[in-house]
Design a protein around this ligand. Sequence first.
Ligand code: SF4
Length: 502
Amino acid sequence: MTIGVWILGDQLWEQQAALQSCSQKENLPVIFIESLQHIQIRPYHQQKLVLVWSAMRHFTEELHQKKYSITYTIADDFAQPLQEWVKANQITELRVMTPSDRPFIQLIQNLELSCKISLIPNNHFLWNTEEFNHWAKHRKRLLMEDFYREGRRRFQILMEQDKPVGGKWNLDRENRQPPKSKLHTPPTQWFEPDKITQDVIAKVQSIPIPTYGEIEPFLWGVNRSQALQVLDWFIQHRLSDFGPYQDAMVTGEETLWHAMISPYLNIGLLQPLEVIQAAEQAYQQHQLPLNSVEGFIRQVLGWREYMRGVYHYVDVDYPHKNWFNHTKPLPEFFWTGKTKMNCLHQILTQVQRTGYAHHIQRLMVLSNFALIAGISPQEVESWFHAAFIDAYDWVMQTNVIGMGLFADGGMLASKPYSASANYINKMSDYCKNCAYSHKERIGENACPFNFFYWNFLDKQRNKLQTQGRMSFILNNLNKMSAEELQSIREQAQKWWTDIMPT
Ligand code: SF4
């Protein structure tokens, strides 16, 4: 019997489950396939392709030094190189760690190979799917806060016996400071591309498949050692101040105090528990502020695990959900960044340059605009998946369809994350340099976030009334004069006619 292991581009860790399941490592046949098949679904960000392929090539070298028998294939699809490799190595059992994304699981299950195929349960998350399903199955609502607390208890993170350290589970109230004065942010930990990465950049530049974004400067880490440096940099220089300004948005400050580790976590270069423990250890050893440490740990132990758990828990039709029945197409400026709305322009051009935006830029500007403007959730989700360097089905479907656009009708968010320019003006400096006025709701200078916001509340009033947390804002809508409401409706309609004349 000969076992072979196929390692996917987001499974780049030596302790990953399929490798770990093999007792004999020396000369173990291992295959990586750098395939064009998967990248034709949507125009991926060029830096995402460089990150994944360069990280695969770097990981291959690591395994090679450890005497694995490596085959690295560049191909159009997955099936043919697998068939050839299975035959050449007389493999009788192919082991693959269960992919995080459902379509890839199906792809593997549909493969026709002359050997047994074994999916080994994924160990890149703290909760496996059975454990999450067990937690979720008897609950009326899948509240992230409940799940997060369960995670704190289960993994004994920031706990004193059965109580949270400091007496509170959640210190978010201390973490919403607007960027009032000049912020002195630490530099970002970036890396110059080495020869392997330069080769991948040249390859991506030459592929005849539509892509998105700018490929250079490419400054992301591409191996575990660099990913660990980013984590260490964050713990030493950013974590202590991460909390207060984690929702702030500042022109020219693209990373603020954010960790910048999601691209590495999502391809296996970092593991969630080591990240969480590094933050907790820094809290204990250096007395870092609890609001910062707790806020960061909640992102990894709470949100990240929860998004992935819900993705596998919900029905397969979840990606098609559209509770508000929003059908407007995604405006072209999402791809080009060419819009007079300064907040969107700043963030969209940043995403083009780096593949990155932080969670409030994603949620309260990009998703918020798509939600209140009535854009199709499926078009928005596909764009998010294309544009971001850390995007995968498991994280984008729940984040965009569920949290950002409330298209699941509230399975995972307790209310729609909709906001007018007021919020963006409070939490950013974008409005200061915008062609529109954040104060005006109607008229030529009115900020589109304002008339779309009120138009959204008006159009979706019946559905929103069922969401208890919306009653205060709906009362404000009720106080608006009929004339003003009519002008808002007309202006929202005119905006669409202007960008898409028939
Ligand atoms: Fe964005 Fe409106 Fe502010 Fe301009 S005024 S930056 S469009 S929120």
